[in-house]
Design a protein around this ligand. Structure first.
Ligand code: NAD
Length: 464
């Protein structure tokens, strides 16, 4: 038996472990009470502080905070409250003839003590969203938010401490070492949101204890725009999806694959939209966010320099300011195949525009890369849409839009392989934090008993 007593988080873990059955056996009403208290904290008590914390951390515009953080978490809570009764119920299933005399059902039981590790780009949404699922499913939870957004992390700690006891939900702040220490403990489930590189570290650590994992990762999400698309509408939706939160969204359109005969028209439409959205100097726009840290600013600036050195064509933008960590909305084309912008997940306000001749060329390009978290299609051709859907794989897809699939609580959210393992959101989030326990109840004589040893004639056995 491994001794964890030296681990700085062992005593917290042990407290939650001791308390786990009290939480997992909590009734529907008790969980609803908890969710109500959580909702009040987000919706009323701490609403203004959330807006301020995100302004400080990311210069996140108030409307974006309302829409993509507060509204989103409240939506998660409301959805869970609406369906919790149904989700918690034992689910009766059929019993085959061979098991005659018994009945069967699935008991959704909490996994136990869970760890949530979250990123910085939507700190509240991506920490509290999974937490809602974990609470709904009756787990105890330790949360480790990102060190990159310290104001948000400190406020989340305050919210958690206001609403929960630490033996049911606790939040620990810290850098990578904190995650490393936590990951040594034998959690029953680990829900990680972050980069594929760190996802691999998490999965390796989980393997040590065979903890189950949900990995919500990232990667390069393509957008395929064909010649039948409504380009004005496409440009508007893509520029919105790409430049919200300055492109720091896991399902942000990473690059465009535009049919070559419509490229100029598409680029012109994008230029017009960007001017409408952010004016002629986006730096002064209150609707445009900043890059989270100097490290990420330097990473993105490196991609721009690499493109410049390789004679890429900057169609819009490429303006930067290190002091305010500002990178203007940038459209770039004529990139070399091995350009950093085409190899790394961008996670910033730079949009490479590539062209293709046939739909099959576009599909081949996408399939050369890792399976994406999202793939977007802009087309009015049913045949093209179907062909793309059937010839690629992705965590999720929007047709003639982007990123909005995340907001549908009835859909599973997650990636595939390099972009993630497992699903979250609504019922799928509840399932991620639940063990589907198979229960068979023997009600009377079981027909299978005729096959017990000694293996003599079944008629003889029946006669006994
Ligand atoms: P990250 O992987 O660097 O960090 C995520 C979390 O892991 C943070 O809490 C961090 O402290 C911790 N961490 C970092 N290095 C670690 C290590 N070596 N060992 C253990 N823990 C470690 O990701 P990020 O920069 O915060 O976020 C950006 C990435 O997250 C992008 O790849 C993006 O696509 C992805 N993402 C995915 C989703 C999704 O829902 N699929 C949502 C948001 C972001």
């Amino acid at each position: 038996m491994t001794d964890f007593t030296d681990n700085p988080y062992y005593s917290l873990f042990a407290k939650q472990k001791a308390h786990q059955y009290a939480v997992s056996n909590s009734t529907y009403n008790q969980r609803i009470t908890k969710l109500n208290a959580f909702q009040r904290a987000i919706e009323i008590t701490f609403r203004d502080e959330i807006i301020i914390a995100l302004q400080k951390d990311l210069n996140k515009p108030k409307v974006e905070t309302e829409m993509s953080e507060i509204y989103q978490v409240i939506g998660d809570i409301k959805h869970a409250k609406k369906y919790l009764h149904k989700w918690m119920r034992n689910q009766k299933v059929k019993t085959p003839l061979a098991l005659l005399g018994s009945s069967s059902y699935i008991k959704f039981e909490a996994k136990g003590v869970c760890l949530i590790i979250s990123p910085w780009n939507f700190p509240f949404n991506l920490t509290f969203g999974p937490l809602v699922s974990a609470i709904a499913a009756g787990n105890t939870v330790i949360i480790k938010p990102s060190e990159m957004t310290p104001n948000s992390s400190a406020l989340m700690k305050k919210i958690v401490e206001t609403v929960f006891n630490e033996e049911e939900v606790a939040l620990v702040e810290g850098e990578v070492q904190t995650s490393t220490d936590l990951l040594k403990l034998p959690f029953n489930h680990i829900f990680f949101t972050g980069s594929p590189a760190v996802g691999k570290i998490v999965m390796k650590a989980a393997a040590e204890h065979l903890s189950s994992v949900t990995l919500e990762l990232g990667g390069k999400s393509p957008t395929i725009i064909d010649e039948t698309a409504n380009l004005k509408v496409a440009a508007k939706r893509i520029m919105w999806g790409k430049f919200m939160n300055a492109g720091q969204i896991c399902i942000s359109p990473d690059y465009a694959l535009v049919q070559e005969n419509i490229k100029d028209e598409f680029v012109d439409a994008c230029k017009t939209v960007l001017k409408d959205f952010y004016g002629s100097n986006p730096k002064t726009s209150s609707s445009f966010a900043r890059i989270v840290t100097s490290k990420h600013y330097k990473r993105l600036n490196g991609y721009l320099k690499d493109a410049e050195e390789n004679n890429a064509n900057f169609l819009v933008g490429n303006e930067t300011d290190e002091t305010s960590k500002y990178i203007s909305p940038t459209l770039v084309s004529d990139l070399k195949d091995d350009a950093k912008l085409l190899e790394e997940e961008i996670f910033g306000p730079i949009y490479p525009i590539l062209t293709y001749t046939t739909i099959d060329d576009a599909i081949a390009y996408v399939n050369k890369k890792e399976r994406p978290l999202a793939l977007y299609i802009y087309s009015n051709s049913k045949a093209n849409t179907k062909r793309i859907l059937n010839s690629t794989k992705a965590g999720g897809t929007c047709i003639n839009n982007n990123i909005i699939h995340y907001a549908n609580h009835y859909l599973p959210f997650g990636g595939i392989n390099n972009s993630g393992i497992g699903k979250s959101n609504g019922y799928y989030g509840f399932k991620a934090f639940s063990n589907e326990r198979a229960v068979v109840k023997q009600n009377f004589f079981g027909i299978a008993e005729l096959l017990f040893p000694p293996y003599t004639d079944y008629k003889e056995k029946l006669a006994r």
